[in-house]
Design a protein. Structure first.
Length: 126
């Protein structure tokens, strides 16, 4: 593959990986108040052929669930407690910002490669 094609492929795979990450962050935020919900995390790994990055398997955060005291809640046990989620909204917002910035960096790289190709085609046309 040409260097230009490689650049476009790398940027596109980076954008796809960050979009997947942002999807999981969004699910975590949406389920922050869901009893018994474990935060989802993903990792990134290089593609076998070295032409990009992909998301690894989804893992559940093993951090202990928050115990919430609410005797009137339908899931409360005999002590009036139930298991909340282990989602920390501050962490999720920070992860979302990081994913957004990484996505934008890959988008700029993709756009630069596209502009370079366009300039090359303009030169060849003359």
């Amino acid at each position: 593959m040409s260097d230009l094609g490689t650049s476009l492929s790398l940027a596109a795979s980076g954008m796809q990986a960050q979009a997947n990450r942002l999807r999981h962050v969004s699910e975590n935020i949406a389920n922050a108040d869901t009893p018994g919900y474990h935060r989802k995390t993903i990792s990134f790994q290089e593609l076998a052929d070295g032409t990009g990055v992909e998301t690894g398997p989804v893992r559940l955060d093993r951090k202990a669930l928050t115990r919430i005291y609410d005797p009137g809640h339908p899931l409360a046990d005999e002590t009036g407690h139930y298991d909340g989620s282990n989602v920390d909204l501050v962490t999720e917002v920070a992860d979302a910002r990081e994913a957004q910035r990484s996505y934008e960096a890959n988008l700029r790289m993709f756009d630069q490669a596209r502009q370079m190709a366009q300039s090359l085609f303009d030169i060849l046309r003359k």
